[in-house]
Design a protein around this ligand. Structure first.
Ligand code: ZN
Length: 228
């Protein structure tokens, strides 16, 4: 079973990926993590990747595909793979399909976690971090005991540059432009399932699990109506 997770920054995708991989014994394949590990290890691949990153360029598709293929070669004893952060473009999606085909596999389900823009902005721009211990806080959801001060270090919390509202808006616009063709690609294959990510983590998890359970039972996705 191969499942793909798509969602904007702030959609809570990481949390869902973590829980789903444990519940269904799916091996997480996150290209971001793998590339970062390679850079830290200073492997041949890592050195190449770091070169692109330093120049502020995207890592080319060829390298990404090699990374994913290599990662899948390991096998894992799990039931399948949960892809996170890859593919990002339609070109990558086609090449992934080809790669899976060679292995006699295919993508089973693609979950698109949708969250409204005001909610994403609230979630991300409300984040605060302690510059000393790096603990994360949120002005609405995870408040420090004393306003804007770290509970442990007592020093003022800061907002990361990336989390500022104007920057978040730009990130979301870029995300939509990049992702739209990808969603269309999977929608055409009837693999795309839109998930309402505005609700609580638990509810989102329940919805996704229901689709996976149904897929495991019936071998294909069932209609939304049956799950409601
Ligand atoms: Zn602190």
């Amino acid at each position: 079973m191969v499942i793909l997770m798509i969602g904007p920054p702030g959609a809570g995708k990481g949390t869902q990926v973590e829980r789903l991989s444990r519940r269904y014994c799916l091996d997480k394949v996150g290209t971001g993590d793998i590339l970062r590990q390679e850079v830290v290890k200073k492997s041949e691949l890592g050195v190449k990747v770091e070169g692109y990153m330093k120049k502020g360029q995207l890592v080319p598709d060829d390298i990404i595909i090699d990374v994913v293929a290599g990662r899948m070669e390991w096998g894992s004893g799990c039931r399948g793979y949960l892809l996170d952060g890859f593919p990002r473009t339609q070109e990558q999606a086609q090449r992934l399909d080809h790669l899976l085909q060679e292995r006699g596999e295919k993508i089973d389900l693609v979950f698109n976690i949708e969250v409204s823009e005001p909610e994403l902005i609230r979630r991300i721009s409300g984040r605060r971090i302690c510059t000393k211990c790096f603990r994360l806080y949120h002005i609405d959801y995870l408040k420090p005991q004393v306003d804007e001060l770290c509970d442990y270090c007592g020093i003022p919390l800061i907002q990361r540059e990336d989390d500022r509202e104007e920057v978040v808006r730009k990130r979301l616009t870029l995300y939509r432009e990049e992702t739209e063709p990808l969603l269309e690609y999977y929608r055409c294959q009837s693999k795309l399932i839109d998930i309402n990510g505005n609700s609580h983590t638990e509810e989102v998890f329940r919805q996704i699990s229901a689709y996976i359970d149904s897929h495991l039972t019936h071998g294909s996705r069932s209609k939304k109506a049956e799950l409601k």
